[in-house]
Design a protein around this ligand. Structure first.
Ligand code: ATP
Length: 571
């Protein structure tokens, strides 16, 4: 496919608010792409040239990309810079200065150059990257240059989530949405959109034969939440409850030669947890994949520390001092693969038995504490014990539950405390807009429009306006740094809102928010499609708790979850 056609497709997608139309446009394009091009196009649609776990990222500095643009457009660098300052958007600037040209660039060619640019590192790489980009732009017309520059600087924000791309693959190659779960399964097992695209294009059999691969992260299974011990026992019956450790979730792969560790966001965090990996060294007789919560403990008392302490280890270079001050212990709770056997489809009780036989505890390594509970009082007692040990509560697991990659299945339910007529657990909400502050806060953001994620539509639905709990320092320094690059001139196509904030953002940043209760409101759209009457759910007395940098927008609390909380009396 010509890159110009691809660029036109992206423009059409940006302009349509309809998700169905986006899926149809994408599906049509996928049908036209060759087997070599389709996986590359899928990666480009996600704004990348390689899956996130590879660490290969686009993200050239704007100023460098502007220099390449100046060369390609044959304009003085100073002029391009001055116009960039005026327009503020490198893609739009490129579209306004590049002359129309006959379309010659092909999707593969552009992708290969971008990949080459992303991979190039080391001495002299900056100059080489610039030259490669300028050479590519020399063949690009306005629309093509716009997409290339947004991509190379990591700012191609189409508002098309993975869920939409997966759905489009099912439409393009397998006859429609009925096959979306099959495509999703392949994606959740490999975390690789390029491989998933190739397999979808090859047909159902190729999708069905996907297996997990040691070294490639599996999308993590997530927990539902319920407000009372009784509701959990009603849902699961007799089950296993485990301590819910308050640290960082990590999936660790040993392929026989080396360790790889992945975060919840499927990023490679191997270098961040050398002490945890050392503790796992005794287990390395066969390849394996385990999941654990890595928790910081107090080196003096051994007491477990809350999640915030993990942040002290998020530095560029982990020194021995930092490792000594914030040591980590891994509490292992899952075994997904061992010595050639995939265990995902075994019932929990069998996976747990294999895990218990596999893990030998040591100072830095332990199995998650688990207990069989038959009724609500037993669960309540175990919960109290868990809290007294410095954990956040419990995760309750169905005994016959399989490991469901990428799903917030009902076979894991978290419980962080009894409901007292109010919301006891926090929600993870996505920032989609902001209002300017007044008075003391004039000139800075004052409050934010927050949304839940609706995975069925791949849309963000608003649930509250948030101002409380944010300090002046958040509003003046930290949040502008995070949010300014995400500003959008119009309401993003994947945001469903009634309110009109002063500024819109690409849904990306997740805040943890505490609130008192859920009510119905015509001002918000969360769950309105299900509840009807143009009234969605809204939070009363929301309060900012913290920025969740370990979560992406699609990891946020979902519409389904808030609807269930509302209905089950968590309100
Ligand atoms: P939260 O914000 O409540 O920590 P989350 O949204 O990060 O939750 P959930 O899947 O909803 O993730 O809740 C389960 C989380 O609890 C897991 O992602 C994991 O990080 C953590 N956890 C701690 N101990 C366990 C355990 N024994 N079993 C499963 N998950 C555990």
């Amino acid at each position: 496919m010509l890159f110009q056609e691809f660029a036109a497709l992206l423009r059409a997608i940006e302009e349509t608010p309809s998700r169905l139309r986006t899926v149809a446009l994408l599906a049509q394009a996928f049908r036209q792409l060759s087997p070599e091009e389709a996986p590359k196009a899928a990666l480009l649609l996600t704004g990348s040239v390689a899956p996130p776990f590879t660490g290969i990222e686009l993200g050239m500095a704007e100023i460098e990309a502007a220099k390449a643009l100046a060369v390609a457009a044959n304009l003085p660098e100073a002029e391009v810079r001055a116009r960039l300052l005026q327009i503020g958007d490198l893609g739009a600037l490129a579209a306004s200065i590049m002359p129309p040209r006959p379309a010659t660039l092909r999707v593969s060619e552009v992708f290969d150059t971008l990949l080459h640019i992303a991979r190039d590192a080391g001495p002299g790489s900056q100059g080489r990257k610039r030259a490669a980009l300028a050479a590519l732009l020399a063949h690009a017309g306005p629309d093509e240059a716009r997409v290339i520059l947004r991509s190379v600087t990591g700012k191609l924000r189409l508002g098309v989530g993975e869920a939409t791309i997966l759905d489009a693959l099912a439409h393009a190659y397998l006859g429609g949405s009925a096959k979306t779960p099959l495509v999703e399964r392949a994606y959740f097992l490999t975390s690789d959109i390029a491989e998933t695209t190739s397999r979808a294009q090859a047909g159902e059999e190729a999708l069905r034969s996907v297996r997990i691969e040691v070294g490639k992260p599996v999308r993590m299974m997530l927990a539902e939440r319920l407000p009372t011990a009784a509701a959990i026992v009603e849902e699961l019956g007799p089950h296993a409850a485990e301590y819910k450790y308050d640290g960082e979730r990590v999936q660790i792969h040993w392929d026989g030669h080396r360790f790889r560790a992945y975060s919840r966001r499927i990023e490679d965090i191997t270098h961040q947890i050398p002490d945890v990996l050392e503790a796992l060294q005794p287990l390395t007789t066969h390849p394996f994949i385990v999941e654990a919560e890595a928790v910081v403990f107090d080196p003096a008392s051994g007491a477990l520390q809350p999640f915030q302490q993990v942040l002290n280890r998020r530095v560029r270079r982990l020194t021995t001092e930092i490792l000594a001050a914030y040591p980590m212990k891994a509490f292992v709770f899952e075994l997904l693969h061992l010595a050639g056997d995939d265990l995902l489809d075994l019932p929990y009780r069998e996976r747990r038995a294999r895990l218990e036989a596999f893990v030998t505890s040591s100072e830095r390594l332990a199995l998650s504490t688990a207990s069989l509970v038959n009724d609500a009082p037993a669960l309540q007692a175990f919960f109290a014990e868990a809290i007294s040990q410095g954990t956040e509560g419990v995760v309750c697991k169905a005994l016959d539950g399989r490991y469901q990659p990428g799903q917030r299945g009902t076979s894991w339910i978290k419980y962080k405390g009894p409901a007292g007529g109010s919301l006891t657990d926090t929600l993870d909400l996505v920032v989609v807009g902001a209002w300017w502050g007044r008075g003391r806060r004039a000139g800075a953001y004052g409050s934010f429009l927050m949304a839940v994620y609706n995975p069925e539509d791949d849309r963000f639905e608003t649930i509250t306006r948030l101002g409380a709990g944010l300090t002046d320092q958040h509003l003046r320094e930290q949040l502008p740094r995070l949010l300014d690059p995400l500003r959008q001139p119009q309401q993003p196509a994947n945001v469903v809102a009634t309110l009109r904030p002063d500024v819109w953002f690409v849904p990306s940043i997740v805040f943890e928010v505490q609130a008192q209760e859920l009510t119905r409101s015509p001002m918000h759209t969360a769950g309105a499609g299900v509840l009807g009457n143009h009234r969605g759910l809204a939070l009363r007395f929301p309060r900012f708790v913290r920025y969740r940098d370990d979560k992406g927008p699609t990891d946020a609390t979902t519409t389904g979850e808030v609807l269930r909380l509302f209905r089950r009396g968590g309100e």
